[in-house]
Design a protein around this ligand. Structure first.
Ligand SMILES: *Cc1c(COP(=O)(O)O)cnc(C)c1O
Length: 385
């Protein structure tokens, strides 16, 4: 929660910011990387107010450089707030809904976000209206009396594209707060705050940390009142980030631009090849010219991301068989790491039933593209009807 100690220039390109932000002050013999600070308490005398270091549940010096860097990447006027997980960040954002208030959510939101909202709804804390977030008019029709509009774009795992700026404006006109889960796109792909979104949430676990070795989350806002509420939520609910995990996340962010460039270039190549394969019934990837979200994604995103969803001919058994036959791709949940992961999403019992049984979600990593294709091709060939 401290302000930037270094005089970091504010005109730098995002692929410089990932490397240069959040560095310690340039004093003789000081380290170029921030240290990990392992202390549960901090020296102090007199009154403690919000924003003081004081105690390890309120803040930790290891959080600051990560929070400054992510805030800057999202184009926010305030540092981000790091949380113990993406879902802890989601919970903090949902806590901004007044008691019994209405949340409009994509029917294909991340299943954990939906499950949490449903849990809150089951206890009367909120009411949920689920919508097809790609259908702008259908969303607008649900806005009357809404307190919060939850945006996710592209959605997980259906890769639908929401019209972020138009929906943010319509939500504000209806008096609702707007939150966007920007995990899939990363701030290098789109900056929701710049098109009017109030709060951005991240599963830092995914692209930002990028190595499938930490679970972490974050929220970002430029609104001081909202930030104060989110900070109070973090301090009181206690879902705080460990210093080591946060340090690893900043280390991961340093290579974000390289990883995103590489993995989305490979994803584009693989999506085009998958579309030609007889075993593949359908491909969803916003970068494909025929994809329903293509034009919108082209207009509002910088790059199309590196998640592909495919449907396998032969149903869920054939889809499972493909994941089993792979030797390089890792059959595992999660996404956004350096290693390519693949998963049949309906293996999760909470996954919405509108996600097809035979849908595989591919998280393209940074391995050699020809090796990734060769492995997919041999696995697709191996499957029998
Ligand atoms: C993984 C994920 C989350 C939840 O984050 P965790 O770090 O697993 O708690 C939220 N939103 C999206 C889009 C995700 O992919």
């Amino acid at each position: 929660m401290s302000q930037s100690a270094s005089q970091h220039p504010d005109h730098l390109a995002p692929d410089t910011v990932v490397v240069s932000a959040g560095r310690p002050e340039r004093t003789h013999d000081s380290p170029v990387n921030p240290p990990v600070v392992l202390s549960s308490t901090f020296f102090g005398l007199g009154e403690v107010v919000q924003g003081d270091r004081a105690y390890g549940r309120y803040s930790n010096p290891t959080w600051d450089p990560f929070e400054e860097t992510l805030g800057e990447l999202e184009g926010a006027e305030l540092p981000a707030l790091v949380f113990a997980s993406g879902l802890a960040a989601v919970a903090a954002a949902l806590s901004l809904v007044p008691a019994g208030g209405v949340v409009v959510m994509p029917q294909h939101s991340y299943q954990g976000s939906l499950a949490l909202a449903e849990d809150l709804a089951g206890r009367g804390a909120v009411k949920i209206r689920t919508v097809d977030i790609a259908d702008t008019e259908a969303v607008k029709a649900q806005l009357e009396g809404a307190d919060m509009v939850w945006l996710e774009s592209p959605t997980n795992p259906m890769l639908e594209i929401a019209e972020l700026g138009v929906l943010a404006q319509a939500a504000h006109d209806a008096g609702a707060l707007v939150v966007a889960d920007n995990t899939f796109s990363t701030p290098l792909g789109q900056r929701p705050l710049e098109v009017g979104v109030d709060v951005v949430v991240h599963s830092v676990t995914k692209y930002l940390a990028g190595h499938s070795d930490v679970v972490l989350g974050a929220v970002v806002t430029s609104n001081p009142d909202l930030q104060a509420k989110l900070l109070t939520h973090r301090s009181l609910h206690g879902a705080i980030a460990g210093p080591f995990a946060t340090w690893l996340a900043l280390r991961g962010v340093r290579t974000l631009a390289l990883r995103v460039d590489r993995s989305q270039a490979t994803a584009a190549e693989l999506a085009a090849k998958l579309q030609q394969h007889p075993r593949v019934e359908a491909v969803r990837y916003p970068g494909l010219p025929g994809d329903p979200g293509h034009e919108r994604a082209k207009a509002q995103m910088n790059g199309f991301g590196s998640i592909i969803a495919i449907q396998i001919r032969g149903g869920s058994a054939a889809a499972e068989a493909v994941t089993e036959a792979l030797q390089l791709w890792l059959p595992a949940t999660s996404l956004g790491g350096v290693e390519s992961l693949i998963e049949r999403r309906r293996r999760h019992v909470n996954e919405p039933k509108s996600v097809p049984e035979n849908l595989l979600r591919l998280s393209v990593g940074i391995e050699n593209a020809a090796d990734l294709w060769a492995d997919l091709e041999q696995a697709l060939e191996k499957v029998q009807d």
